[in-house]
Design a protein around this ligand. Structure first.
Ligand code: FE
Length: 348
């Protein structure tokens, strides 16, 4: 009964957001003109979304693609002269960095406040999440039983000695995961955990998340910590080799009785230098809307920014999970501590 009521509430919310979305598009359409994006997301992935926006609004979208960190540096260097209106990137930590650099401006939009849950946006409206990325535990289906797994904390237990693979702590995904732990447990406890994790590694960290998943498939380790869209990409891969490897690896949602799975976002922000501000806000509203959110789940294999949007396989096959409700703006606050901990425990 409860579930049915929740579903009804969700569909009402869906109707309300659809209304917001339509009015946003028509308001933007009257503005005409263009909007310039600095995008750390591959253009091939976001092009269908941008074309749908242009079709609905008449606003032309120009894209400059670049690396996540390079684009943030470029915005900072260009300052008020930057042609960019919108920054599109991944990881809340990076969006906070751009905000702290003075490269963003707040967008106060009722539609965005309704579409994006508070945990996934800046409290002052400087950035908004557009998709959720989950970082659970992955395991070798033939060597590990899900009953042996429970929490991230458990990965520091000696029973996992020599069995875990994870990428370098130099990557923001792991820094953000540590930062979330610090937000709950403090520096000392998080450091003890990280020390235990490093003691259990099967090998010196190397490669990206996809390489950790492949190492589980090949038997080099039994457990990996990785973002789910990498596994989804392998399952949907054009090569039989990757498909076969992916079939050997399963997803475990840790901490379901506790604070939930560590998540992060991809997101967008209006730049401080924006000369097409209304169009920029209109575009971000469109990307947070129901139509665009379905495309995110289907094309990028990330989770929609709110629960009402359905997902398909392979995401649906992994089931629903409880996500850590931490406000992601906290990740940047503890990033420096996270980097220091990784250094002290020898997580390369
Ligand atoms: Fe990634």
């Amino acid at each position: 009964m409860k579930a049915v009521t929740a579903r009804m509430a969700r569909s009402l919310l869906g109707a309300a957001t659809a209304f917001f979305l339509l009015s946003a598009i028509f308001n933007a359409a009257r503005a005409d003109g263009e909007v310039n994006i600095y995008s750390a997301r591959q253009e091939v992935l976001i092009r269908p979304l941008l074309d749908a926006f242009t079709k609905a609004s008449g606003i032309k979208v120009n894209v400059v693609s670049g690396g996540e960190d390079a684009l943030i540096e470029r915005l900072k260097a260009e300052g008020a002269n930057s042609p960019a209106d919108v920054l599109l990137t991944v990881d809340a930590g990076r969006l906070v960095r751009a905000k702290d650099n003075g490269s963003l401006q707040p967008a106060s939009s009722e539609a965005l406040q309704a579409l994006v849950p508070p945990a996934y946006r800046d409290p002052a409206g400087f950035w908004y999440g557009l998709s959720v990325r989950a970082r659970p535990i992955m395991y070798a289906a033939d060597r590990v039983k899900p009953a042996e797994l429970s929490s991230y904390a458990d990965l520091a237990d000696r029973k996992w000695k020599g069995r875990i693979c994870v990428r370098s702590s130099g990557h923001v995904y792991n820094q953000s995961m540590l930062a979330a732990m610090i937000a709950y447990d403090g520096v000392e406890k998080t450091e003890a955990w990280a020390r235990g994790l490093v003691a259990n590694l099967a090998r010196r960290p190397q490669g990206g998340d996809r390489d950790q998943i492949k190492a589980v498939a090949s038997g080099e380790c039994d457990i990996a910590i990785a973002n789910t869209y990498y596994l989804a990409g392998m399952i949907k891969s054009g090569t039989d080799d990757e498909k076969k490897m992916a079939a050997k690896v399963a997803v475990f949602w840790p901490d379901q009785a506790g604070r939930g799975v560590h998540v992060n976002i991809s997101g967008a922000a209006v730049t401080a230098s924006s000369k097409n501000r209304a169009n920029a806000v209109g575009l971000i509203e469109f990307l947070a809307g129901a139509e665009a959110q379905r495309i995110y789940a289907e094309a990028v294999y990330e989770y929609p920014i709110r629960a009402a949007i359905p997902v398909h396989d392979p995401l649906a096959a992994w089931g629903e999970f409880k996500a850590d409700p931490l406000r992601l703006s906290a990740l940047a606050q503890f990033n420096a501590d996270a980097v220091k901990i990784a250094d002290r425990v020898g997580w390369r």
